[in-house]
Design a protein around this ligand. Sequence first.
Ligand code: SAH
Length: 224
Amino acid sequence: MDFLDEGEYVTRREAMVTTQIIQRGILDKRLLDAMGTVPRHLFVPPGYRRYAYSDHPLPIGEGQTISQPYMVALMTSLLGLTGGETVLEIGTGSGYQAAILSHLAKEVHTVEIIPAVAENARKILAALGYANVFLHIGDGSFGWSECAPYDGIIVTAAAKETPRALLDQLKPSGCLVIPTGGPSLQYIQKWTMENGEWTSESILAVSFVPLRGAEGWTREEWPI
Ligand code: SAH
């Protein structure tokens, strides 16, 4: 394996925060601290560690990916967390996004549909001591009602449309960040309540793996 020494990971992580996050306009100090603290290289497969702080997503097995650092920062910043929140993430993947959220919110619930992916994330999160992250295995395409309501929900796989159930599991003051669209093009949507109605704002064109499950894409519609 091509492991680097610990100091080199720290240097690369600091460079990532400066060139990929701050220089692109994300300035929330708590978020920058979290991105500068979470050891992203431990969330990628060992053979990819030297690329962990590069400006792109990486494969994590089972056809899934860990998102590009900037995408994690951008989607997290849209939630506007201040520390007291209960947050739901759909699509645990590597567990990296959940680890970032764990620094910024009070409680993080994260749902993963592929058991082997979930178990891998569980091991990493436990080894790093992320005690306020609660990992659930199952279909999160209609949310996770047991622990609702949430102050924020973040979906890290592309939905066809925003599942209504996710909005129903938010507090009125809450916010949902979700990429919607098909295999070729998706947009990050930010949903908040205005005058008693859920309203969405389209933020950025992106490329995510598909959301599966009851409210997601079938393999026939979107093979990967
Ligand atoms: N947030 C992750 C990256 C997510 S990749 C990270 O930080 O690494 C998208 C993940 O969503 C994949 O692991 C995929 O298996 C999962 N997923 C897809 N559909 C899902 C569903 N309906 N419920 C829960 N997880 C789902």
